[in-house]
Unconditional design. Sequence first.
Length: 506
Amino acid sequence: MLKGQVVSGDFGKIVMRVKAAAPVELGELVVIEENGEKFILQVYDLLYGSQISPQNLEMVAGMSLEEGGFQMLDEQLRNYQLALLKPVLTTSGQSKMCKKLPPFFTKVRAITKEDLLFMTKPLHPLYLGMLRSGSTALDFDLFLPGKETLSHHILIPASTGKGKSNLMSCMLWGLTSGDVAGVLVLDPHDEYYGRVGLGLKDHPHHDKVCYYTPARPPPGARTLKVNLLKLKPEYFQGAIALSDPQRQCLFVYYKKFKTEWIRAILEERRIENVQFHEDTISVVKRKLLALLDLDFESGQFHCNGIFDDVAGMNTITEICLELERGKTVIIDTSYFSGSLEIMVGSIIASEIFDKYKYYKRLGQLEEKPVVSIVLEEAPRVLGKKVLEQGSNIFDSIAREGRKFKIGLVAITQLPSEIPKNILANMNTKIILGMEMGSERLAVIESSPQDLSQDNRNIASLDKGEAIVTSTFTRFAVPVKIPLFSEYVKSAKKKEDVEVSFMGMGE
Ligand SMILES: Nc1ncnc2c1ncn2[C@@H]1O[C@H](COP(=O)(O)OP(=O)(O)OP(=O)(O)O)[C@@H](O)[C@H]1O
Ligand SMILES: [Mg+2]
């Protein structure tokens, strides 16, 4: 379908006159084909054009408003819309970055499925949605190379209600079907397993979904208990605020008493040649008891929360094993305070990170699946303020996790709170609608592709509409993410078809 014709401009700003009967939208993809070369371009701004001087236009408008029924001669020829386009790529044989201007005065047409055949399905696909042109979804599925994308971190920034959780649910469903990665989900809203309503529990491979919750586990789920002996001082980093002496106190006790260190602090055991201020010890004690939800009386623990002095010896090891087997592990942290959630997350993340470092030393990392850690409201652990108090495990993973096949999926409404160097390390960004200019800017500045002209485009994204900018795509790809319930329906249908095909083969 003809969309318009190039009339002027420069490389980053090609001006097209829009055909009146074929209006274009912000974000729409269009194609110029000439002499066997093909250019894909994207609309990033729209404006009015007219052959009539502004004064005359005002005059004509006045006549039509005040006198009524006034018609201009050849109105469609004289008044029109102009679209500003930026070249996205050229496809002549192989797809390439665009370095040339398309020929002048050429016709521009709508994009079709055939224009995109250069985008092939990768070996370990991570499904995101359908390619989108403006607000129309094209019948073309978009996949990213799953292993690389996940181990190089994903950022999902969006304002509230724009579909972050919906996108995550779809991604988790797809990952559970394949064998791309093990996924750890820290779920502060308890929304992904689907305790009530649709969720991962309804997945046909529900044996690949593990659900840990501190309260009333539904059938098939497990109770989350962690043994006190498994705790290490570094897990408290970022979870609670500690002064320098208090932090040293934890480390000194850990060094001296090893796994018994928490009991030792609570019993105020003395350490030779080391003197802590009495206040320090008592504050540390109080903080530990509060965070771990314990009472300690005459040498006896009373455990009210998830930390226990008897149970939970193997929980963390088990979770790590499940991740190594490529399963999806969901931890319901909706009952926890923010600091407790961070602590539980740190424990598991540190354990799996250490294990993978160990595998790398043994040369066994190749055989292991990628592990991806999903963080909702990521600035709680990756925020500038948190990191000023000291580095934590999540920031270590953001910086060097990819070397050990461990990646983050950071979901946030406030990307500007995450330091620039971490944002830049997130090599894939799935940008949903963002109303706040400052937040958009933070993402645009740290994008793998040049999005400097897409500010308006991002602001105008509707629920479920996204722009995917990644070192693993050739350009910033507009995507329509499916609604989870509909995605599940169609995924199940597909699976049924595949199963019945297999059945016929036997
Ligand atoms: N891809 C989509 N297509 C259609 N509707 C969608 C899509 N994604 C989300 N929605 C609608 O938007 C609502 C909010 O989505 P969701 O809960 O995923 O947003 P969110 O970004 O996670 O919000 P919050 O910041 O509150 O966590 C959903 O209940 C759904 O009705
Ligand atoms: Mg959400």
